[in-house]
Design a protein around this ligand. Structure first.
Ligand code: HEC
Length: 168
């Protein structure tokens, strides 16, 4: 114990130890604080492909803006509009929380708006401002949600791990 031997060095040590404990506790508490949504493996693969397409869209829009090619910008943005949600697996929406779907829909409408305004107004600065606001929905959703343990109700195929003979 430090009682009775409270030299400045001992106090510094105690303070450092307390700080260390505090940091360790906050690191533990941090963990993954997102809401983890449970969906099937097929659905997860579908959504992640969709996500990679979204990133490619952002790339194409920014590239077109750099070239000041507003027709190309409009066409690129359109690819991530509401029409792109047509092929969503039937059972998926019911598994997604309301705010998740709202953010998703708002994001797709954002791309439609970018496309429409780019076509009619041809204003690059406006398009970039709209893109920045739309990207806030990507950032916001990623901060709030992740996919957790997946269910495999619809997936009767073997996972790659078991197919290779590995124990899961
Ligand atoms: C409504 C919610 C939501 C929105 C909006 C959203 N995402 Fe995602 N995104 C997710 C979730 C959930 C994951 C999976 C994260 C996890 O499980 O760790 C993900 C994963 C990703 C990934 C990783 C894909 C992979 O193969 O692992 C990329 C890239 C991505 N998103 C890009 C985007 C971009 C770009 C936008 C906006 C233009 C966007 N997302 C908008 C929910 C969203």
């Amino acid at each position: 114990m430090l009682t009775g031997a409270c030299t400045p060095a001992a106090r510094r040590f105690a303070a450092a130890a307390a700080l260390g404990l505090l940091l360790a506790q906050s690191a533990l508490a941090a963990g993954d604080t997102r809401n983890l949504i449970s969906i099937s493996e097929d659905e997860r693969l579908y959504v992640l492909q969709d996500m990679r397409d979204l990133l490619a869209t952002v790339n194409a829009v920014v590239e077109a803006a750099g070239a000041n090619d507003m027709a190309r910008l409009a066409a690129s943005a359109k690819a991530a509009g509401m029409a792109s949600t047509q092929g969503v697996p039937a059972g998926l929406p019911a598994k997604l929380p309301g705010p998740f779907k709202q953010m998703g829909a708002e994001m797709h409408r954002g791309f439609d708006q970018i496309a429409q305004d780019a076509q009619t107004l041809g204003d690059r600065d406006r398009a970039l401002g709209q893109l920045a606001r739309t990207l806030q929905l990507c950032v916001g959703c990623h901060a709030a949600y992740g996919f957790g343990s997946t269910t495999s109700m619809t997936n009767t195929q073997q996972s790659p791990a078991t197919a290779k003979g590995n124990k899961p």
